[in-house]
Design a protein around this ligand. Sequence first.
Ligand code: TYM
Length: 333
Amino acid sequence: PQRVLSGVQPSGDLHLGNYLGALAKFARIQHEAPTFIFVADLHAITVWQEPSKLKQQVREIAAAYLATGLDPKVASIFAQSAVPEHAELAWVFNCVARLGWLDRMTQFKEKSGKHKERASVGLYTYPVLQAADILIYKATHVPVGEDQKQHLELTRDIAQKFNNDFAAPGFFPLPEPLTQGPGARVMSLRDGSAKMSKSDPSDYSRINLTDDADAIAQKVKKARTDPEPLPETMEGLEGRPEAKNLVGIYAALSGKTDAEVLAEFAGQGFGAFKPKLADLAVSVMAPIGGEMRRLLADPGEIDRVLAEGAGRAREIAAPVMAEVRRLVGFWAG
Ligand code: TYM
């Protein structure tokens, strides 16, 4: 990769899906290319956020980044709202993207619920802001969970149309999502057909980054399964979404492939597999929660990281935005 960018919304507790689909990848990729990781507070307010809490929610995500291994000396870590070029480029992109493109976005359909007309306009144009987040840094690679793939396709469409419309071939790269690996789509622990999600009303559906060892072990123990033993091959997991999910979680947490996990546990039932999974999950996740609590006890350190990261981000974003103003023909260009 040439330049890596990703972000997470500060809207609720982070969970195992966010960790395996995104944060764990950030820590790995930061050594391979210049890496920009931000907290998407502009995106968060597409649904109501309590103003007196938002800043602390941003610090919690930043603490999670640090606790999962992002190194602020290596990666630039910042809040989206500290780099106004994101929003400025998003406006230009609002005029490049077509209504028909946004009408196809499945996440808007899910998040807006039954009463679409009461959703904020920001929720609708949310993927356009996401395209601006990525392209203001001319990022080429975006580590995300599978649910973000459609937004990355839209980003490519916007980049291509901008380059065309403003006669600037190659000005914006066409960025690729990085979704490889067994953690790209972690499912609910209560329902193997639903994505693990911050908004699921049942706390037993997810393992939160801030859960302590007891809570993690309890949630694994109570996870829904079936009575069959684990099969020898992946085909044997077809039609067993809960079993498939737990095998995938074990694989992602241990750095093994699904096939390797099955080779190890084939023939064993969940009575034997779950305690092993619980131990593994506790050993990986509990220290992260502990480190987050330590970091959050002194927000000064986190705020320094965010301020420095914003400075580095603006050094890249400001000249790109200046060039966009010139290409578009703005008076202030
Ligand atoms: P957000 O905040 O909903 O989720 C953060 C990251 O976690 C991933 N993720 C999952 N991965 C695997 N299994 C799951 N169950 C699961 N749930 C969530 C998401 O795919 C994401 O990578 N729109 C983004 C934030 C964003 C962004 C960006 C990302 C804004 N601008 C620019 C990349 C680039 C979002 O809402 O993620």
